[in-house]
Design a protein around this ligand. Structure first.
Ligand code: ZN
Length: 54
């Protein structure tokens, strides 16, 4: 399984859990870029949040 990553609109590459900021929503948490706080698509965030730098 290849690692997931997401390139944010601010140019940051999000690869690991610590690259995301969790914001608790009414039902589901939303995940945001730690650099610019724009929302990361939940499908992609679900993959990234399980990844840690080795
Ligand atoms: Zn960003």
């Amino acid at each position: 399984m290849s690692p997931a990553s997401y390139t944010c609109q601010c140019g940051a590459t999000l690869r690991y859990k610590q690259d995301l900021v969790k914001e608790q929503g009414d039902v589901y948490p939303t995940w945001k870029c730690r650099e610019c706080l724009s929302e990361v698509p939940s499908v992609r965030a679900e993959q990234i949040k399980h990844q840690h730098p080795s």
